[in-house]
Design a protein around this ligand. Structure first.
Ligand code: ADP
Ligand code: MG
Ligand code: MG
Ligand code: MG
Length: 417
């Protein structure tokens, strides 16, 4: 494929001829005449193909100049592929083994060739099916601690970090989506919103008239747009995670951007909580008490694993310009460094609750809904599950400064559900 060529979307029929000269592909898959290509993208934005040859497979992901879900009426820059590629290589470096390996990137054609994860399935699907995944909490806690810490001023060298922040500042179009869809649209009657109606009409009207909630949403938005703490994944929901019982991988970081650490943590925990609140709707083939218990344990376990690894990195890898050792350990003041860590984690926990509450709301009131709720067949049951989740989201966002423990959150979730 000539790099000078203008962008053209791949099709299963054209992919072998267009990518058939790439050695990285032919080495693994054999000659293109023997390839089988399937389009498998189930995401909202991009094209994803599985290319199979000689018994092996690879993933070819391509961005389109618009949002796949909506069509050409919603343009979106191809450069998101460049940011996804750059995020993937940084995540591989900062949290080895946590993301698919990248084999090739073509900026002009917005194509990333990457490892085919198999037999992994999307975490959201696994949770809807009621799977119990013992490694999840530890794996994702480590992923977040390592990527968020090692991409920040606690770790990186000052100039390199600012250069990197400038690079990712170019991903403004994707940030714009988050800024509108997460922080603003759910709280007024925005055009693309939808909710289960008329069942939720009452609570939706109440939330949109809730002054404390709207102020909270804008405070969290302000944090998202102004606090460039680290390179975020930016879209860390259960549809961006692929799992087996023994392995957890994170995909799809096209929303990567420098923002507050708590954003990734809050989005992930929110999606666990939504899975928890949706479980009643998936009980037709048997009770889900064990799954609900597993989800609560996973929420607590993910935060705990995150906190423990973040603390370890704080103690052992604090090489950046913040809380420099010269001020603390080097003067024998270990306690000072520990005090700073406690305060840092405390603030992060509060912000996490704010982001999590809003993420829950936007998935029930906004444009992009979650399969967890959408696949509940019984409409009245679906509305009950969504109502409980909305109440929970409102509570944790507005009261984020007054909720001090994961125990309290478990009790609250169990009481509302
Ligand atoms: P989008 O940005 O459009 O959301 P994703 O990167 O999330 O695209 O990919 C869409 C789907 O393609 C995923 O839900 C998953 O089913 C599949 N997929 C993507 N990357 C891989 C991979 N490396 N291995 C296996 N399947 C993948
Ligand atoms: Mg995706
Ligand atoms: Mg998507
Ligand atoms: Mg995506």
């Amino acid at each position: 494929m000539a790099l000078e060529q203008a962008f053209a979307a791949l099709e299963p029929e054209t992919l072998p001829s267009r990518l058939g000269t790439l050695e990285i592909l032919t080495e693994k898959l054999g000659p293109p005449s023997g390839w089988k290509v399937r389009e498998v993208g189930d995401g909202n934005l991009n094209l994803v193909f599985i290319v199979e040859g000689g018994g092996k497979s690879m993933i070819v992901k391509q961005a389109l100049p618009y949002v796949r879900l909506v069509g050409e009426g919603w343009p979106l820059p191809l450069t998101r592929s460049f940011f996804e590629y750059n995020a993937l290589i940084r995540q591989a470096d900062r949290a080895p083994g946590s993301v698919p390996e990248v084999f090739y990137f073509d900026e002009r054609q917005a194509i990333i060739v990457q490892e085919f994860l198999s037999p992994h399935i999307i975490l959201r699907r696994a949770l809807i099916e009621g799977q119990v995944l013992p490694r999840l909490a530890e794996d994702l806690g480590l992923f977040m601690a390592r990527t968020l810490f090692r991409g920040s001023d606690l770790s990186l060298e000052a100039a390199a970090r600012k250069k990197d922040m400038a690079l990712f500042a170019g991903n403004d179009a994707l940030c714009d989506i988050t800024e509108a869809l997460v922080f603003t649209d759910p709280y007024y009657d925005a055009e693309m919103n939808s909710h289960t109606t008329p069942e939720l009409d009452g609570i939706v009207a109440r939330l949109r008239a809730d002054r404390d909630l709207k102020v909270t949403a804008q405070e969290m938005k302000q944090a998202f747009v102004t606090r460039a703490e680290t390179m975020l994944h930016g879209d860390l929901h259960t549809g961006s995670i692929m799992v087996t019982e023994d392995e957890t991988r994170v995909i799809d970081p096209e929303f990567a951007y420098y923002g507050p650490m708590a954003f990734d943590v809050g989005m992930l925990l929110a999606n666990y909580w939504m899975s928890f609140f949706s479980q009643r709707g998936h009980e037709q083939n048997g009770a889900r008490g064990n799954v609900r218990r597993h989800l609560l344990n996973t929420i607590t376990g993910t935060w705990t694993a995150f906190r423990d690894e973040f603390s370890r990195l704080w103690r052992e890898e604090r090489t950046g310009i913040l809380f420099q050792r010269a001020l603390y350990e080097d003067q024998g003041d270990t306690l000072g460094a520990e005090q700073a860590l406690e305060r840092f984690l405390h603030a992060l926990f509060e912000d996490m609750l704010g982001f999590a509450g809003l993420e829950i709301h936007r998935r029930i009131l906004g444009l992009a809904h979650n399969a967890d709720f959408e696949t509940i067949a019984d409409r009245a049951q679906k509305a009950r599950c969504e109502t409980a989740a909305l109440e929970f989201g409102r509570h944790i966002a507005v009261n984020r400064r007054h909720i001090s423990s994961l125990d309290a959150l478990e009790r609250l979730a169990s009481r509302l559900e």
